[in-house]
Design a protein around this ligand. Structure first.
Ligand code: PLP
Length: 439
């Protein structure tokens, strides 16, 4: 039996975040994956330079995870999560809560980062309402933020291309300024030196609207999808202080930064700044089975546990909340991370990775290189043509056997944490070679 290809079945599949007609002219097809490598439909190996989509942190087809998924699907293929439980859900929640910093001790499952973002905003609104502060309805995001594609996520998100087609979105949303400052911080290694004071914009929003109207602030500790913007030194701590001062909940979107990407369990742990609510997804199951979650503090959780015992405390949830197969994948993933010390490995490798990324400093068209943990963003000078150089790098790198991400003029590298030094070299050498061939 022959499989449908983009040529034989050209309009049935509508790809997300893709120029579909351009794609069909030259499809990129993946057919299998193992360890650090994909294989394409022509039999070529493709080095995974972006952990699939920032999610396959332990590398592909890891035996423990594969076995757990296979065993669970044959034992408990589905279990409803409303008014019902199953042991894997409790175990997965317990494992995740143990990994998260205190007092983030309570896990509410969903199926993606987008659902986690919208869930976090709903929890924040409900929290204030239950505590008698129902006027706190305003939500604050940040320019260039990415919190998925739900209406809540795009409302607090700050990437205009993801917002402009979709009308007025949620009311009562403001945005902090983004933290990219090429003039002061270009070619920073790790967290940029300048910009902690950008958090003070929250004080101005408070002065404008009054704290009594503001429910929550949501930020990524390192903005990923917009093109790798590590937070300036001291910025997150300052944001935390301002939120605490005004009774505003702080939400960290750790969908990318969680599970070892920055060389620690979470950015929150690495920077010593603990939010009230954390959203996670991606690396929680190593990308194997869709899963997202909110991890909330004792204080937030307790606010929901005050009403009558028989009353539903959070009228929210999904058919696939705590899906048994996803829970099994999460437990096996956390076991794999721990057994192989992958978060520590990422931390130990990051100086080498940083050096390799910054070796491109003098390559043509490069105007900035940013890095933190095992993530790097390489920003290229814009050009007049409608196709960005970063797209061309992505496309040519794929044909040279290296999978990258790009967004606008920025190339992003975020490999599985099992990557070897020679593979790091190969990724950045491939990018350098392509850059030297571009106009
Ligand atoms: C920080 C962040 N939040 C949320 C999301 C959305 O996650 P999903 O695509 O699983 O809905 C992403 C996806 O890249 C993300 O990077």
């Amino acid at each position: 039996m022959s499989h449908p290809t983009p040529d034989s079945n050209h309009d049935a599949l509508w790809l997300p975040f893709t120029a579909n007609r351009q794609f069909r002219d030259a499809p990129r097809m993946l057919v299998s994956a193992k360890g650090m490598y994909y294989r394409d439909d022509k039999g070529n190996e493709v080095l995974d330079g972006c952990a699939g989509l920032w999610c396959v942190n332990a590398g592909h087809a890891r035996p423990r995870i594969v076995e757990a998924v296979q065993k669970t699907v044959a034992t408990l293929d589905f279990a409803p999560a409303f008014q019902m439980g199953h042991p894997l859900a409790f175990e997965a929640a317990d494992r995740i809560a143990r990994l998260a910093p205190n007092p983030l001790n309570h896990v509410f499952f969903c199926n993606s980062g987008s659902e986690a973002g919208d869930t976090a905003l709903k929890i924040a609104l409900a929290y204030h309402r239950l505590r008698g502060e129902g006027a706190r309805t305003r939500l604050i995001g940040r320019e260039r933020g990415y919190h998925g594609v739900g209406f809540g996520g795009i409302s607090v998100g700050g990437i205009s291309g993801n917002r402009k087609l979709y009308g007025s979105m949620l009311n009562g949303v403001d945005h902090l300024p983004h933290t990219l400052d090429l003039r002061r911080n270009a070619f920073s290694r790790g967290l940029p030196e300048h910009g902690a004071e950008l958090a003070d914009a929250l004080e101005r929003i408070v002065a404008l609207h009054d704290a009594s109207t503001i429910a929550a602030v949501i930020v990524e500790p390192m903005a990923g999808s917009t093109g790798v913007l590590p937070a300036p030194k001291g910025y997150l701590k300052r944001l935390r202080e301002i939120c605490t001062r005004h009774g505003i909940l702080l939400i960290f979107d750790e969908v990318i930064t969680g599970f070892g990407r920055l060389g620690a369990s979470f950015a929150s742990e690495k920077y010593g700044v603990v939010p009230d609510i954390m959203t996670i997804a991606k690396g929680v199951t190593n990308g194997t089975i869709p899963m997202g979650a909110n991890i909330v503090s004792d204080e937030v959780f307790d606010a929901f546990m005050q009403g009558p015992r028989e009353a539903i405390d959070l009228p929210h949830g999904y058919t696939y909340t705590a899906h048994p197969v996803a829970c099994a994948a999460a437990i096996a993933t956390l076991d794999t991370y721990a057994e192989e010390h992958l978060f520590e490995r990422a931390a130990a490798l990051s100086p080498y990775f940083e050096e390799a990324a910054h070796s491109l400093r003098d390559a043509p068209h490069v105007i900035d290189i940013r890095n933190e943990g095992l993530v790097a963003g390489i920003e290229l000078a814009p050009r007049a043509a409608s196709t960005t150089r970063a797209y061309e790098v992505f496309e040519r790198a794929f044909h040279a056997g290296v999978l990258l991400r790009y967004t606008g003029d920025i190339i992003a590298v975020s490999p599985p944490l099992i990557i070897e030094k020679a593979e790091i070299d190969r990724i950045f050498e491939t990018i350098g070679t392509i850059l030297r061939s571009l106009d």
